[in-house]
Design a protein around this ligand. Structure first.
Ligand code: URA
Length: 267
């Protein structure tokens, strides 16, 4: 391949990544630009051609004004974790569902008494339908193993958002508010004794705080869930941040020691 052609192709791919296009939706490439120009070339005088068939079935997205009420009703109506998962799968109030491949509900042991809550699934989580299975999840598992905690035995893990935001962008405040009833009900049904909030999005959403994670981390707070029930919650740094900032691992390590001490004192 000519060097110039290769460079042009790489630049085009970079542009797509910048726009958040980092997943293939179909096995075969589709030249939508060519189709659009074919349609544009149809002479105006001809009888109107039938509307082009939609490439993907259009979802019936709920209007924003009712989506929040619907989320609350679905979450409140779920009386078990499988029912909550089903309710979230039924929820048609967010366009994130249309761009995501899978609903990412939770992983680990729901009855363990310890619940970790992150931000939102990334590409690997979206593909596999399980939270924290990519590189940051693997780092988290290794860090937790060093304080004697394993996903197979000792903790449960989920996210504020069950669907991946396109291009891994940070969830908007509106998206967080929309999914809040589901995560609150999730905590209520899993009934952990301790909660760990991974990163600023999770900590700010569940502590209803405007403070950044560097101020919130390393302290026990209270997460108030439905019906006024409060649970001890430790805020700590997100493992993806630790991958970008290895020097912060020392603080995360101190947080994990705090968690270990709390577990040992509440056993
Ligand atoms: N980051 C998160 O916050 N959650 C995941 O599941 C993966 C990465």
């Amino acid at each position: 391949m000519e060097a110039e052609t290769q460079e042009t192709l790489i630049a085009a791919l970079r542009l797509q990544l910048d726009w958040g296009v980092d997943e293939a939706l179909e096995a075969e490439p589709q030249d939508r630009a060519a189709r659009a120009s074919e349609r544009a070339e149809v002479p105006a005088a001809r009888s109107p051609s039938p509307a082009p068939a939609p490439l993907r079935a259009q979802p019936q997205l709920l209007p924003a004004s009712v989506a929040g009420t619907r989320a609350q009703a679905l979450a409140a109506g779920a009386d078990s974790l499988p029912a909550l998962r089903e309710a979230m799968a039924q929820f048609e109030g967010s366009p994130l569902k249309e761009t995501a491949m899978n609903l990412v509900f939770a992983d680990g042991v729901a009855e363990s008494g310890l619940m970790f809550i992150g931000e939102a699934p990334g590409a690997d989580e979206d593909r596999l339908g399980r939270p924290f299975v990519g590189v940051s999840g693997q780092l988290l598992d290794r860090m937790l193993a060093s304080v004697g905690l394993s996903r197979e035995r000792d903790f449960y893990i989920t996210n504020i958002l069950p669907f991946r935001p396109p291009g891994n962008r940070t969830p908007t405040d509106a998206e967080i508010a929309l999914f809040l009833p589901f995560i609150l009900r999730h905590i209520e049904l899993a009934r952990p004794r301790l909660v760990v909030l991974l990163g600023g999005v999770s900590a700010k959403a569940l502590l209803r705080s405007r403070e950044g994670i560097t101020r919130l981390r390393g302290r026990w707070h209270q997460v108030t869930i439905n019906e006024g029930q409060a649970l001890p919650a430790l805020a700590t740094l997100h493992p993806a941040y630790l991958l970008r900032t290895p020097s912060a691992k020392r603080e995360a390590w101190n947080d994990l020691l705090m968690l270990r001490r709390k577990i040992d004192s509440t056993d």
